[in-house]
Design a protein around this ligand. Structure first.
Ligand SMILES: [Zn+2]
Ligand SMILES: [Zn+2]
Ligand SMILES: [Zn+2]
Ligand SMILES: [Zn+2]
Ligand SMILES: [Zn+2]
Ligand SMILES: [Zn+2]
Ligand SMILES: [Zn+2]
Length: 1749
């Protein structure tokens, strides 16, 4: 039964078509119970249309559904023919001013960084192009699908909310006008009816759960037909599903892939159709097979009727979406119907039902109804609000459903939050009316239930499922962010109230984080398991922006700020209630100060990095200062409750922890701690972690006695003893202490000093210092650029982003940096302006240690370059805000002075103590800061102020008894001359100088006399004078030097400009080879140079001595010596192809003798130009092979080269190679008998050759048949022809071997066959490769407008020379008769004989290939000719003959459009001649050729058409015969054509060739023209290549990258019916768009599954491909199945950077130079080489499955 069912082709029920929509609608109009009528109709027809067989038939179903089901509804709705009704509706409708276009996956979207209210506000491409934002700073992204265009939404844009198109629709918008007034009343009623029925039907059937019943419908068909429905989940992989299906339902792999693809896309697919049992059986197999490791795949056996109704339900929803598109009124009705509460009260509306059922629906169904919501509820302003309320009320439930659901968020209704919450008015409304903030936070907390005893979050023992849930729950933070993103401009009491309620909830959340993941120092043993830390940090990281936004909100309203501050403080006190509990109180005293605190050691007790409550309070405290609330309403603030020691305690512990980790005290705690410390400082977290801890210390210290603070700090750093006990430090003298402890203490002291520097110096946040936000960002940039010049993206990464993903950098960058444009590689860079270096602070708090030392080095170097001293004194700082003003007193506090004095003392007595230079450097920096501070105070002194900062006085005072230590100043003076402190000398000098400046200031203002210091003032000033003089001299010297340098570089530039080409050449030469081969042919300047023929210029032979790169031995290249070889790479190529569809059908049978002029597949040979001994290479290759075998046995790793295929890397330059070419002396010399008396002319020569060929045929026949002795008699052997003669091979064994090696390689690669050196096609492939390679090089030179000779890089020159000579010598190692045979066949294509038939006509032969093959096979015949005809004569005749054939080819195919261009009146000799020839051709073709009256165009066409051939021939004969190129051909100049003709022994008037040889040529031309193919061509029945062939280029790319994105988004996968491709990839060679990296488009190639790109390369590029991955903005190079690499795209943003992966979204434009570079790589056949280099440089590239792309 089952099998029958499957085979049955569902019959087409013709009766269905007889239904009349109009009649049914009429019946419905009369019906009293419409719902019943409609339901009956559906119950009857739906199962007749849908689900009639195993596979859906969407087209037929759609057609029938429209006719039978939707048609009546449309008639009913319109009350007339919908074909008239709908257009009427559309006309009456006022077009919406909202765009609302729903984005497809991959569609480009645009956001304006200047005007968008938040980054989620986006425009579609069309709207963007018509908007003002085009000219603004915009960002471009590709949509992930879902979401819609915000054009027209005034809440989304600060400016320009409408594009031009939607602007038109805003006229006379009567706000809040009811759209229903535009609809006729009866239609309103009908719409209500039909919408209510259909919408309910769809919702009921989609949410239906029973298996054998229908909601309110009768089961008409009770057949036993079921589906086994497979559902999508995100747990199982494609492979698992495919494998399981093959087993369970017995399908092919292909079918299984199809099922899996559909399941993945739509969310479900029936995999079996039949009776219940049959389906149930499949179900159990699937469940059994997938339940072993994970939860089983979801499978359900469903009755076909249910599936049918569900299919139609979805269709209905889509239909509703399109119907409401006709009219705003209909849309409103549908919204009303959807939101109308049902009989069951709360949550019973259709919309609620769908939402709440969301997580149980399959993907496809969700997509459909989400789309409907977007085009209805979200497009209607009134109902958007009502829907938002429904959504908010259901929020908790929807989120919980989403947590349980395993689908990605983009497929969940929860994802609609972005559409609702980001609308400022809605968000505000939901906060005040639905208490949304609190709801979100509470929901979030509900899902994080794991807590420790103190109630803090605990992530430690998370199961995989909990971790999964944790990832999902994070999306709630995103919702919170959306709600907060637009800040209120006005506060209502309600809003205040609800915000503060939300703030309370938020504090509860932070409270659960305060102190989480506490750690204890591990002593003795290493920790056993790294503790979990990432979850806590993820949470912190995600919350960072929310915390910042909370503060921003608070800053906007004084009342809110005050309340929030109070609440935060209360919570903090709860967290640390009685923080001294159980901790012992102690008293610290130093320098006459004492303070009470507790005993606490970070190194022994628990400490946590997570202190969000403290940090939030720190942030709010700064706001009190910034908004001046602290001064305006001090009475409202709980300032008296603040306990500074309590505030600073935990942040201080955290900072001490960092210091101790740095000092190596926490090594045993493993990497998790190191990571945590890293993120604590990282740009992603620091704003709400590290930065706020510093602020908290500043806050605390500003409220307490600095001496007290310093003592507590010393105690927490565990350094109190060292500084409070005189001479305590001596204990740590180097000899008798544990080095580790000394080191540790030194680091801790350094860290503590650094912390003091930060507390006093970091005042660039508005509210702390008197600065604004731009000052802060400028300072960040200055310090980043102090390290080194940076690209835009690097800077962006180093700066914190706000909730709008902005750093604020662009507004200030111009002030602090200059932009340097990028070159052909690299990227544009920002350089710090010189005047900004004075703001450099070596102890900038956001430097990592590595950055700090790099910056120090860079800044010192800069100073040295400018011939300044190398001191890096602290910069002058902005003043503190009043709330923090007392902070500076730390610098002059007694304890601080004591610390400074102690350390200086150590440095003075440098042998007695353990100390470090870094320590001293920091003390000097602190002293410098204090001096700067005092100086500024004095400079800004106003009358009434008293200077309270008297640092200079204090450091001038010597220490008191009992120490009697010298004053700090005195110690500095001592240190100034200390030899061991050379590095710090400049800094000390700067300090002393500043000290004196201050003293002078004080004297001049004479406020308070400075204590006299031991008379060193005089000394000081005279020293100053000396120094000034020295400086002046140095300055003069510097200027002089600079001037000279400038002159020199100017001259240099001149020189380079004048000799640009020379320079370029030298560079290229340097770049290419270490080879000893140079073209050392003598310059024969005066004589006319001729490359071939009897007139060939004789060149004295030169010894050619080369060096082997492997053994470094030199050797001469000679015929009889050991072979020298060049590393070479042979590849198939389609670079010159004019027909990418042609592929070699069966390589085993393919005859490559004639190359078609479309050059569809050539064999290219390239070389890096590196020379080796053949035997050295052999040994090297054997070693590579052996190594590879061993490696493959050990571990299955791939290399960038395929040894089994003969590939290796050049030992010198690592260039990919697959064979070697032997180096040879000019081969013609060996066989050419140079006797030029009485040489035959062309006709005579052809006759002789024909006779020789004939003789050869007879002799060959004789071999096979015995009775040919009589034939022998018939045959008169031509004079001097000795067919039995076997020439002796002149080459050494080793050269012969290499000739065979390279020949076989060419054959193997070129034809893609197994190597067979005996195959007669081997020589053909060698000649072909020679011809093809010359053609490619000729094209490159022509495209670059370079002269033919003298401009090739050495490696190409060497390669062509060796390749030509090799090809010419190869016949000596092949079968003589085979080569002779080839020659005969080749010649027969031009000189017909009766033996060779069915040869291609001259339209189908590439003449240059023919020439090369003829010339190179000719010696095989000629060697048996002893008649005295020279080889050169033959060459010349062959060349002339082919040239003439080519002329005829050109004349036949040229489309001589007489386009009325100017032509001279008098016709030249050439024009007359070519016209005559053309007329003759007309005769031969029976007047099928177009009539041409003037020779002018003909001659022009001929000259242009034949140029490439002549240029190739010149290269060929140049390399073959070694005749140097005339100097005129080494430059671009006039008369190139004449020069070429002369070099090639051709008359300038090419048609003379025909006249000279008219006796034979007339016959030949006639025979060429008589070919059937030529006739068919002339009759227009076939196509032929015309000349000159244009060079192939890569496709044209648009300037704006978004055009490509758009193009790609419109592209759908060609295999899976209109589905959007996930990785659309553009072939840059032919412009085809492909669906890459996806199962749907995998095909089989040579027995392996390959992706669309790899498959495409096989036809388009002979295995090599260049693609642009559009979504990734990345160029992809592929070669073969295993090789590939990514390459930077030719698109740059305004900052000169590429954006691979499109992460930044800056507008991208085509960089023509870079694209040219890629094109050149392609034309030069360097793609494979480039891949090789990339893979060698980056091994991970080797592991990628390129073939699946
Ligand atoms: Zn739009
Ligand atoms: Zn628009
Ligand atoms: Zn804008
Ligand atoms: Zn060697
Ligand atoms: Zn090399
Ligand atoms: Zn596809
Ligand atoms: Zn292509």
């Amino acid at each position: 039964m089952a099998a029958e069912l499957e085979a049955e082709v569902p019959a087409f029920d013709r009766g269905l078509l007889e239904c009349s929509a109009e009649e049914i609608a009429a019946k419905w109009l009369q019906a009293s119970e419409l719902q019943k009528e409609v339901y009956q109709h559906l119950a009857y027809y739906v199962p007749k249309i849908y689900c009639r067989g195993p596979n859906p038939a969407p087209q037929r179903e759609d057609m029938l559904a429209q006719h039978v089901l939707l048609g009546p509804m449309e008639w009913y709705l319109c009350g007339e023919d919908p074909a008239f009704g709908f257009p009427k509706l559309e006309q009456a409708n006022k077009p919406s001013h909202l765009c609302g276009r729903v984005f497809k996956v991959g569609e480009p979207t645009y956001s304006c960084r200047d005007c968008a209210v938040d980054p989620t506000c986006v425009l579609c491409m069309e709207c963007f192009l018509g908007s003002i934002h085009r000219e603004h700073r915009y960002r471009m992204t590709t949509s992930g699908g879902g979401g819609f265009c915000d054009c027209g939404d005034t809440e989304a844009w600060k400016e320009g909310p409408y594009c031009q198109k939607h602007e038109l629709n805003t006229s006379e918008t009567a706000e809040e006008e009811d759209p229903l007034v535009h609809l006729p009343e009866d239609m309103v009623a009908r719409a209500y009816n039909i919408f209510a029925i259909t919408f309910k039907y769809a919702v009921d059937i989609l949410t239906w759960e029973k298996e054998n019943e229908l909601p309110g419908l009768e089961m008409i068909e009770k057949n036993d037909t079921y589906y086994c429905m497979l559902f999508n989940d995100e747990v199982h992989t494609y492979e698992q599903v495919i494998y399981t299906l093959q087993k369970a339902v017995n399908c092919t792999q292909k079918e299984a892939i199809g099922f899996a693809t559909t399941v993945d896309r739509d969310g479900r697919r029936s995999v079996r159709y039949g009776d219940f049992q049959y389906c149930d059986q499949a179900k159990s197999v699937i469940v059994r097979n997938t339940s072993r490791q994970t939860k089983p795949l979801k499978v359900q056996v469903m009755h076909s009727s249910i599936v049918a109704h569900q299919s139609f339900g979805l269709k209905l929803l889509t239909w509703l979406g399109s119907v409401i598109g006709y009219s705003d009124g209909l849309r409103r009705i549908l919204c009303q119907v959807g939101l109308q509460e049902g009989p069951d009260g709360e949550n019973s509306s259709l919309v609620d039902k769908l939402m709440l059922y969301d997580s149980k629906l399959w993907k496809g169904a969700r997509n459909v109804y989400h789309q409907l919501f977007m085009s209805s509820l979200l497009m209607d302003l009134k109902y958007k609000k009502l829907f938002a309320i429904r959504f908010a009320r259901n929020y908790e439930r929807l989120q919980s459903d989403f947590m349980k659901d395993d689908h990605d968020r983009e497929f969940s209704i929860a994802d609609l939050s972005i559409q609702i919450f980001t609308v400022p008015s809605l968000a505000r409304m939901l906060i005040t009316e639905e208490n949304l903030m609190t709801t979100i936070i509470k929901t979030f907390m509900d899902h994080l239930r794991h807590r420790d005893i103190q109630g803090r979050f605990q992530f430690e023992r998370y199961t995989a499922l909990q971790a999964f849930k944790f990832r999902r729950v994070q999306s709630l933070i995103l919702d919170l962010k959306y709600v907060l993103i637009s800040k209120p401009t006005e506060w209502s009491e309600d809003l205040r109230h609800k915000f503060l309620e939300g703030f309370d909830a938020f504090l509860e959340l932070l409270k659960c984080m305060q102190g989480m993941d506490p750690i204890t120092r591990q002593v003795g043993q290493h920790i056993e398991m790294e503790p979990e830390w990432e979850a806590a940090f993820t949470l912190q990281m995600k919350l960072t922006l929310v915390i910042s936004m909370m503060q921003d909100w608070c800053a906007l309203d004084e009342k809110v700020l005050i309340e929030a501050y109070k609440k935060c403080l209360t919570v903090l006190m709860q967290c640390h209630s009685g923080f001294t509990d159980g901790e012992q109180p102690i008293v610290l005293s130093m320098c006459g100060h004492s303070v009470e605190t507790i005993r606490y050691c970070v190194s022994q007790e628990k400490v946590s990095i997570h202190l969000p409550v403290s940090r939030l309070l720190a942030g709010l405290h700064v706001l009190l200062s910034k908004t001046e609330v602290a001064y305006k309403f001090p009475e409202l603030l709980p300032l008296s409750e603040l306990s500074p020691p309590m505030l600073i305690e935990h942040p201080l512990r955290c900072l001490v922890l960092c210091a101790q980790v740095h000092a190596g005290m926490w090594r045993r705690n493993g990497f998790s701690l190191v990571n945590q410390i890293y993120y604590y400082h990282n740009v992603k977290c620091r704003r709400e972690m590290f930065d706020k801890d510093i602020v908290m210390l500043q806050t605390g210290v500003s409220m307490m006695d600095p001496n007290h603070f310093l003592m507590i700090m010393l105690s927490r750093f565990e350094l109190y003893q060292i500084f409070s006990t005189p001479d305590y430090g001596k204990r740590f003298s180097t000899e008798n202490t544990n080095k580790d402890v000394v080191q540790q203490n030194n680091t801790l002291i350094e860290e503590m000093l650094y912390l003091i520097i930060m507390i006093v110096g970091e005042r660039f946040s508005p509210g702390i210092g008197q600065v604004n936000a731009t000052d802060e960002i400028k300072r960040e940039i200055i310090h980043q650029l102090s390290i080194r010049p940076m690209a835009h993206s690097e800077l962006v990464k180093a700066l914190p982003e706000d909730e709008n993903r902005e750093t604020g950098m662009e507004s200030v960058i111009e002030e602090v940096a200059c932009f340097k444009k990028p070159g052909l590689t690299g990227r544009g860079l920002y350089e710090l302006k010189p005047e900004c270096t004075k703001n450099f602070n070596l102890y900038f708090y956001h430097f990592s240690r590595a950055e700090q030392s790099k910056a120090e080095e860079a800044q010192r170097k800069l100073k040295r370059q400018n011939r300044e001293d190398t001191a890096l004194p602290p910069p002058a700082l902005p003043p503190f805000c009043p709330l923090f003003a007392s902070l500076i007193n730390i610098l002059q506090s007694d304890v601080m002075l004591c610390i400074m004095g102690t350390i200086l003392q150590w440095a003075v007595e440098h042998n007695g103590y353990a100390w470090s230079e870094s320590m001293l450097q920091r003390v000097l920096h602190l002293i410098g800061m204090a001096l700067q501070e005092e100086k500024q105070h004095l400079e800004n002194l106003s009358e009434e102020n008293v200077v309270t900062f008297t640092f200079t006085q204090k450091i001038s005072r010597p220490g008191e008894a009992p120490n009697n230590s010298p004053s700090i100043l005195a110690m500095l003076e001592t240190l100034q001359n200390a030899p061991h402190l050379e590095v710090h000398k400049d800094m000390i000098r700067w300090i002393l100088k500043t000290f004196n400046t201050i003293k002078k200031l004080r004297e001049s203002s004479s406020t308070s006399p400075v204590a006299e210091t031991e008379g060193n003032v005089m000394e000081e000033s005279s020293r100053d004078k000396d120094k000034a003089e020295r400086k002046r001299k140095a300055e003069i010297a510097r200027l002089r030097r600079e001037k000279i340098m400038a002159q020199m570089s100017e001259m240099q530039r001149h020189f380079i400009n004048e000799n640009k080409e020379l320079f370029q050449q030298t560079l290229e030469e340097l770049d290419t080879s270490a080879s000893g081969v140079h073209d050392n042919s003598p310059v024969i300047s005066d004589a006319k140079l001729t490359a071939l023929g009897p007139e060939q210029t004789r060149v004295a032979e030169h010894r050619q001595v080369v060096m082997c790169i492997l053994c470094q031995e030199e050797q001469e290249v000679k015929v009889d010596s050991r072979a020298m070889v060049l590393a070479a790479f042979i590849q198939r190529s389609t670079v010159l192809s004019k027909n990418r569809n042609r592929i070699i059908p069966d390589p085993e049978k393919y005859d490559p003798l004639f190359m078609h002029p479309d050059l569809s597949c050539g064999t290219h040979t390239g070389s890096c130009g590196h020379i080796m001994h053949a035997h050295c290479w052999q040994r090297y290759f054997d070693a590579v092979q052996a190594k590879e075998q061993r490696r493959q046995q050990r571990l299955r790793v791939h290399t960038s080269y395929d040894v089994e295929n003969g590939e290796f890397l050049c030992p010198l330059c690592e260039c990919l190679s697959n064979t070697v070419i032997p180096l040879l002396p000019p081969p013609r010399v060996l066989f050419n008998r140079l006797d030029f008396s009485g040489q035959p002319n062309l006709s005579q020569w052809i006759k002789t050759i024909s006779l020789q060929m004939k003789a050869r045929y007879l002799l060959r026949d004789e071999d096979h048949s015995s009775n040919s002795s009589e034939k022998m008699d018939q045959l008169q052997l031509p004079e001097g022809f000795r067919p039995d003669y076997k020439p002796k091979n002149p080459y050494s064994e080793s050269i012969k071997e290499m000739l065979t090696t390279f020949g076989t390689a060419t054959y193997k690669v070129g034809l893609k066959v197994h190597p067979n050196e005996e195959d007669p096609r081997v020589p053909i492939m060698c000649w072909g490769s020679c011809a093809y390679t010359i053609q490619t090089i000729e094209r490159i030179l022509a495209d670059e407008d370079k002269p033919l000779f003298g401009h090739l890089p050495c490696r190409q020159d060497d390669c062509l020379k060796s390749l030509t000579r090799f090809a010419a010598a190869h016949w000596t190692v092949s079968s003589l008769s085979a080569v002779q045979g080839h020659f005969c066949t080749l010649l027969a294509s031009l000189v017909p004989n009766e033996k060779n038939e069915n040869l291609p006509c001259i339209l189908d032969i590439d003449m240059f290939h023919l020439l090369v093959s003829l010339v190179l096979s000719f010696p095989a015949i000629h060697c048996q000719d002893f008649s005295g005809v020279s080889l050169g004569t033959g060459d010349l005749h062959l060349f002339h003959l082919v040239t003439m054939a080519h002329i005829i080819q050109i004349l036949l195919t040229s489309s001589t459009e007489e386009n009325g261009m100017d032509q001279e009146d008098t016709s030249s000799e050439e024009e007359v001649a070519v016209l005559t020839l053309y007329k003759f051709l007309c005769q031969c073709t029976g007047s099928a050729l177009k009539e041409v009256s003037s020779g002018w165009h003909l001659w022009r066409n001929l000259k242009a058409g034949i140029m490439p051939f002549l240029r190739c021939s010149a290269l060929f004969f140049h390399y073959l015969n070694g005749v140097p190129a005339p100097s005129e051909l080494q430059v671009n100049g006039a008369n190139q054509f004449e020069r070429l003709c002369s070099y090639l022994s051709l008359p300038n008037n090419l048609t003379c060739l025909f006249q000279e040889n008219s006796e034979i040529l007339n016959t030949l031309v006639e025979s060429w023209c008589s070919s059937n193919e030529v006739k068919r061509y002339l009759e227009g029945k076939r196509h032929a290549i015309s000349y000159a062939r244009e060079s192939n280029k890569l496709i044209d790319l648009p300037d704006d990258y978004s055009c490509l994105i758009n193009q790609a988004s419109n592209f759908s996968c060609p295999k899976s019916g209109g589905d959007k491709s996930r990785a659309p990839t553009l072939c840059l060679v032919c412009g085809t768009m492909l669906c890459s990296q996806s199962y749907c488009c995998q095909t089989e190639l040579e027995g392996e599954d390959v992706g669309a790109c790899t498959a495409h390369t096989y036809t388009c590029g002979s295995g090599v491909g260049i693609f642009l991955r559009v979504r990734e903005c990345q160029v992809l190079f592929l070669a073969g199945k295993t090789k590939g690499c990514f390459y930077p795209p030719p698109y740059l943003d305004d900052y000169g950077e590429t954006d691979q992966g499109l992460r930044r979204g800056n507008p991208l434009h085509l960089c023509k130079e870079r694209f040219k570079k890629i094109q050149k790589l392609w034309q030069q056949h360097s793609i494979t080489e480039e891949i090789g280099h990339a893979q060698e440089a980056n091994q991970t590239l080797v592991g990628i499955d390129w073939q699946h792309l």
